[in-house]
Design a protein. Structure first.
Length: 252
């Protein structure tokens, strides 16, 4: 079960301010009533509007028929599980950030969930302060990306890898590479800092907008995704691990 009640607000999580502007609308797809009430009460107190779907079929329909700023999606759902919901939404080109809630906390299960198109995950049981941090970060990041989209353009390259941040395209040896939104953000950060070692905390702060390390391996998971897509078919590896420190994009 989730841990009911809001934890001490003086906890060490920072960067937890809500994005400014109109009230944000969140879709919660969860079948456990106690979890629904816990999340809805907490987010409503933070001035979010929360709509609820109690099964996967309803969640898919609501997500496609209405505009939401974030979708919080349980994996173990009746009728249609959260993985299938997420996959269907991405097939419909829905770019709304998706936060998975899962009791399946193994690396393998998390890897599968992220590979279906989710932007982040949170393992049950969880504290509300951590949920709030993830929600705020995902919405703020999406909002910032939208604001910058029409005001910023650039191209980056290293060896035969190029990133066009205007068209949001990635090519290696002139072959187009398909990346998820999170994979793209991670690669762009590495590109902008090529030759510089970035720690996991650096990447959590920049890519996920989270200024804490709760033992998550999400950075390592996404680095592996990028390696499979960027480096797997060439002997000229560009993404390197610096043991005990972090990751760097460079030619060797």
């Amino acid at each position: 079960m989730v841990q009911l009640g809001k934890p001490n607000p003086t906890a060490t999580l920072v960067h937890n301010a809500k994005p400014k502007g109109p009230m944000k609308h969140i879709l919660l797809v969860e079948d456990e009533v106690s979890v629904v009430e816990f999340i809805r009460r907490g987010l409503s107190e933070e001035n979010y509007q929360v709509s609820v779907a109690f099964n996967g079929i309803m969640g898919t329909r609501m997500a496609l028929e209405s505009a939401f700023d974030l979708i919080i999606l349980d994996i173990m759902l009746p009728d249609k599980n959260g993985l299938d919901v997420c996959q269907d939404l991405r097939r419909h080109h829905l770019l709304t950030p998706i936060l998975f809630l899962t009791a399946l906390g193994t690396t393998e299960n998390i890897d599968i969930g992220l590979n279906y198109g989710a932007d982040d995950y949170l393992i049950k049981p969880f504290k509300f302060i951590e949920l709030s941090a993830r929600v705020n970060a995902l919405i703020r990041r999406a909002q910032t990306g939208e604001q910058e989209k029409n005001h910023y353009s650039a191209q980056y390259s290293i060896a035969d890898l190029t990133v066009d941040d205007t068209a949001k395209t990635v090519k290696r040896n002139e072959l187009l590479i398909s990346l998820t939104a999170t994979e793209y953000r991670l690669l762009l950060v590495l590109m902008k800092n090529k030759g510089k070692v970035l720690t996991r905390i650096d990447l959590l702060e920049t890519v996920w907008d989270l200024n804490f390390n709760s033992g998550t391996n999400i950075v390592d998971v996404y680095i592996n995704y990028l390696r499979k897509k960027i480096d797997s078919d060439t002997s000229n590896k560009l993404i390197h691990t610096v043991v005990g420190m972090g990751y760097v994009l460079k030619e060797v």
